[in-house]
Design a binder for this molecule. Structure first.
Ligand code: CP3
Length: 342
């Protein structure tokens, strides 16, 4: 079924109501998630298809969103490249990639062998959601994956990856090429298994100058998107902090641009043009506000879109773990109520 309102909006077709989902909608803000999570580690949850499917279904049942997202992490496919991964609770790679020898040691695994549980989860979810909501598969953009692989964990200044980019461009390029090759196989395997849209998360793309983004990030994301067998499977490209370089980021390709809350959605659409849909862009902290404020802010974002086809409502980044679930429900209800046609 390709007439889900989410998929129609990805194609810039008119819809009865604005579709809505939330980045990181499966997670710690839901007591139902915490219950499952209390019995297994996060990585084991990702690696157990029945449990991963269960927590992916939870927000669809509880919030009434118009799309589901696979439960996994952007870093799960990096582990079979040969980098041991842990979550404490943020991701940590024991042996970060720092030299050409480290890059040479990385494997580009067959996803069916490296991460079979991801494809199994997708198959379970497609059966569970048939006729109800479409399923979004996802991966990290090559640059955001490289950030974690080189830094070894989250970072404030990203000094290691930037130092590699400026002082050892050959090592950086070799690493990015290997990650792009892995990512292409991985996302195509998700499409083959049944993912109906693909979101590429470039959480850290915005830490670079527009010029460094254009030289050191764009070519790889472009290659990744070009390499996807995505006829009929829309690609959503979310680059956090991209407001000042949307014209450049658009060159990567894809059907939908994910927007964070630092841009006016209407102005972003003027830059991107009528052929590109957008997804976003409520500030995630608005979900701590009273219902009346959530409704006012939902209306503001819808007003910025001004009825143009091709808008998927979302937060401008992931939902925060301490948000009361009823506030997320209020957001979803407000989007549907305020955007209903006729
Ligand atoms: O509903 C969903 O979106 C679930 C699937 C999902 C997770 N992570 C589960 C998760 C998705 C799409 C992601 C993407 C992800 N992971 C990104 C890109 C999006 C973004 O938020 O910027 C990034 C950068 C990561 C890496 C990551 N994973 C971090 C930094 C952390 C720890 C801190 C945090 O933000 O939660 C994780 C752990 C993680 N990934 C959790 C979940 C539900 C929490 C794990 C737990 O239960 O302890």
């Amino acid at each position: 079924m390709s007439d889900y309102r989410f998929l129609k909006a990805c194609r810039c077709e008119p819809v009865d109501k604005t579709p809505v989902w939330l980045m990181r909608q499966a997670g710690r803000y839901l007591p139902e998630y915490m219950k499952v999570r209390s019995q297994v580690s996060f990585l084991d949850l990702c690696k157990t298809p029945e449990l991963a499917a269960e927590v992916s279904i939870q927000p669809v049942d509880i919030l009434g969103v118009d799309a589901a997202i696979l439960f996994s992490d952007i870093l799960t496919p990096v582990e079979p490249m040969g980098l041991k991964l842990d979550f404490v609770p943020g991701p940590v790679f024991e042996k970060p990639v720092r030299s050409m020898a480290d890059v040479d040691a990385l494997i580009v695994p067959d996803p069916e062998e490296g991460v079979p549980y991801v494809m199994e989860t997708i198959k379970i979810l497609r059966r569970a959601f048939e006729g109800r909501v479409p399923l979004i598969g996802f991966g990290g953009a090559p640059f955001t994956l490289a950030c974690y692989m080189v830094e070894g964990k989250g970072s404030k200044d990203f000094a290691w990856i930037k130092k590699m980019m400026y002082t050892a461009p050959d090592v950086y390029a070799a690493l990015m090429n290997k990650i792009t090759a892995m990512d292409t196989l991985y996302l195509n395997a998700q499409i083959k298994a049944g993912a109906q849209a693909i979101q590429i998360f470039d959480t850290w793309g915005g830490i670079l100058s527009p010029s460094d983004y254009a030289h050191h990030v764009l070519p790889y994301t472009q290659k990744l998107i070009n390499g996807l067998d995505h006829s009929g499977v829309p690609v959503i490209h979310f680059v956090k902090g991209a407001g000042a370089m949307l014209d450049t980021v658009k060159q990567a390709g894809g059907d939908v641009m994910g927007l964070d809350w630092h841009v006016n959605l209407g102005k972003a659409r003027d830059i991107l043009g009528a052929d590109m849909a957008v997804q976003g862009n409520l500030d995630p902290t608005v979900l701590f506000a009273p219902k009346a404020v959530i409704e006012r802010e939902v209306r503001r974002v819808l007003d910025e879109n001004a009825g143009r086809p091709g808008h998927i409502f979302n937060l401008g980044h992931g939902i925060l773990p301490t948000v009361p679930p009823e506030n997320a429900i209020a957001m979803v209800e407000a989007v549907h109520a305020f955007s209903t046609k006729g």
